[in-house]
Design a protein around this ligand. Structure first.
Ligand code: AMP
Length: 151
């Protein structure tokens, strides 16, 4: 049984629920777009974090953005996948969480994003918090006792 089950939902921190960096697929700012698209297609994820060579978080990059970027007037310009780098297409204006932030902070951040990156005070990448992870904790809490649904 998970130790988290015994904790009050509101006492959980992002560190309790996040996927740690070593288990997160990512790409680097200088990678060609082709590499990013391969990672996204092979992993099945719609977007992944973008890091620099020192593991600082720089942004995120997603399939839709990449495909839009190489879309010409009537066809995809596949050559552009090797000409462009991730840094030219990534989104940098993204919300970030700290490990010490609360479940409520996570909930607010995840309203508009399927996942949010977790960083330390210096901006180094620590992992991600996904909607799936936070929904699982809320479901556990609902089924654990006082609020148990009748069906
Ligand atoms: P989920 O809530 O599990 O469906 O995940 C939502 C999104 O978070 C996925 O579409 C990916 O963009 C991202 N994601 C989830 N798990 C990982 C992972 N292990 N590595 C990279 N990105 C992930």
């Amino acid at each position: 049984m998970s130790l988290l089950q015994d904790r009050e939902l509101t006492s959980l921190t992002i560190a309790d629920m996040m996927i740690p960096s070593e288990k997160v697929a990512h790409v680097q700012v200088n990678n060609p777009l082709e590499h990013a698209l391969l990672v996204l297609v092979k992993s099945g994820y719609s977007a992944v974090p973008v890091l620099d060579s020192t593991y600082k978080l720089e942004g995120t990059v997603g399939k839709t953005k990449i495909l839009n970027e190489i879309l010409g007037l009537e066809r995809f310009e596949i050559d552009r996948l090797s000409e462009l780098q991730v840094k030219e297409v990534m989104v940098t204006d993204i919300p970030k969480l700290l490990k010490e932030d609360t479940l409520i902070d996570g909930l607010k951040a995840l309203i508009n994003y399927p996942f949010v990156c977790v960083v330390d005070e210096e901006g180094y990448f620590d992992g991600i918090l996904t909607r799936r992870a936070i929904l699982k904790e809320i479901r556990k809490d609902i089924y654990s006792g006082k609020n148990k649904p009748t069906r």
